[in-house]
Design a protein around this ligand. Sequence first.
Ligand SMILES: Nc1ncnc2c1ncn2[C@@H]1O[C@H](COP(=O)(O)OP(=O)(O)OP(=O)(O)O)[C@@H](O)[C@H]1O
Length: 718
Amino acid sequence: MDVYKPMANHTDESEAKQQEILVEWLHSILPNLSLPVRASVEELRACLIDGTVLCRILRRLRPGSFNEGSDSDYSPASRLENIKRFLATMDVLGVPKFEILDLEKGSMKTVIDCLLKLRAQFSLVGDNFSVSSTITKSSNPNGDASARGVLSPLSGDERQKVMSESRFQRALRSPIMSAPSASLAHQVRHNIHEVFENKNGSYADLPPATITEMMKSNSLDNAPTQSLLSVVNGILDESVERKNGEIPHRVACLLRKVVQEIERRISTQADHLRTQNNLFKARDKKYQSRIKVLEALASGPGEETGIEKFKMEERKKLEEEYVVKLMKEKDKSNLEISTLKQELEVAKKTYELCCLQVETESNSSKSNLEKRIKELECLLAEPSNRVKELENLLEESRNRVNELENLLAESRNRLKELEAYELHCSRVEKESKSAKSDLDKRIKELENLLAASRNKVKELELYSESKYQKGSKKQNSYKSFMDFQFCSLRELRLSSGFIKQEILKTQKIYSDEFNHLGEKLKALADAAENYHEVLAENRRLFNEIQDLKGNIRVCCRIRPFMPGQPAKRSTIEYIGENGELVIANPSKPGKDGNRLFKFNKIFGPDATQVDVFSDIQPLIQSVLDGYNVCIFAYGQTGSGKTYTMTGPNGASNEQMGVNYRSLNDLFNISQHRNNSIKYQVGVQMVEIYNEQVRDLLSSDGSQKKYPFCFRLIYLVNI
Ligand SMILES: Nc1ncnc2c1ncn2[C@@H]1O[C@H](COP(=O)(O)OP(=O)(O)OP(=O)(O)O)[C@@H](O)[C@H]1O
């Protein structure tokens, strides 16, 4: 859907109004134009861009022009051609034109202005257009025939007017635009237009039928005088342009008829002017008689007022002015008549001159033609021998031509060979030059190498001399060294003989000593055989000693007072060396108050962990000899059982208890005996509670009874 928009970037309403006027005008002159009534700028651009609408405008304004091409031809070349043609016409008309780029993508203002100017030069009257009074003069002075002096009988304003009109009509190529009546004008325009629009061809090329028809018809009667003059000018222009000046007979007849028509018109116009002049004279007489009457009335005895007098005077003045005006018009018309007569005379003279020229030229051309015809007849009358000779000559010349062609081909081949040879020579020269330059370079390189090798030879000679000197020196030193070596070799031979003797001696000594050692080893082997027996005897004796000490031993360890406990409250009265311990009971007086206890060993409050374990340690060796040993502590709470067996929390090596020390001894002795006996160490943890021994490591929780050990040591803690 098209929406009407004012011109882009133009808020001025007058520009939009101009656009509207232009579109309206385009619709009025081109009824089938496919452009919205309120078209936008882009729509207007799209309508005009192909140039066909512009050509249609010109065709409408000046029918018959732009016959070439068609509206359906939208190729870019024809578009450009159409626009260029339109712009050229604008140039001729003196209408300010626009740039092609403005129409394609620029501002449409210049395009609209141009078309509105064109519109201003034309006003639409029915089916025809008339030139407005504001027509500008053509900017193409070359297109004016009168400017070249062919038709220049007029002078002054009249001539200027005629010239401008003639230019404009030439530009439009439609000199009958100002034809008065509709149908007649159409007919006249059609006939004359065909003649006048034939600029692309020539007047001389008009078909005779058309010219005779025009001469017979009354088309010339209805054509404007100016158009007829333009025809004459065009024909004369063309004859001048053609230079040879040949005017066909039919065109000359047409020209004559045109001139006759002009003469007729001029005579009728002169008659008309005469009648007008008579009319003016009659009117003048009439007015003068009236004036006389009025004057008589004015000089009469009647009582008239001053106002009437004034009116009469005014009327008189007006009538006088009118008379002066009429007189001027009369003079003007007389002038016109005289100028027209002059024009006619000039036209007659030019026509006579043309006719004379045509006659002379036709006579000369006729004589030329006759001469040529005679020559041709003479030529035709020559015998056929000459033809044969000519044929023979032709054959010979052909043969010669063939020979020459062959020679030419051979020479070309030779030339090619020579060119190839030249090329080869140039190549060889180039190669020889390059080879020569290479050889020069190589010679220079070899010379350099030779100089370098000579230097090297000198250096080598010097080096060999120094080497020779060094070698002689070394030879001398080697000789002295060899002498020294021979001397030392002799000494070595002597010493080796001595050493051999010494070796023989020592061999004898060694053999003697080996024999002695063998005897000793035999004695040691015998002793080793008895070692195990001795060892077993030692173990037996050791265990017997332990047995003698007692299989069950009860030791007592007395805990020292804890920090903060008063030492006066101790019940220990006496500690004997043989395990005797006297405890005092303060609640019982007398002898009953002291009680004696006997143990295998008593460890006092000052006894250390080492002291306690020193008495137990031999039993550990018995374990490794195959005896069962049991060590446990017994005593009341807080008496020091855990301290004795394990040691205090975070105990140092000094504070470690019996368990740790026993295990240390077990592993140490087993490792010591590792060469002879392999030991396996196992651990059990049991609890004796309510006279029942329970396995604390048992997973099934069952209570097992274990055999009691042979040896039992009670560590009684008190
Ligand atoms: N010979 C000692 N020298 C120094 N302190 C000791 C000695 N004997 C025991 N003690 C200290 O006496 C306290 C009680 O000792 P321990 O716990 O060994 O007694 P216990 O007999 O094991 O007691 P319970 O039957 O209640 O387990 C501990 O603080 C311990 O360090």
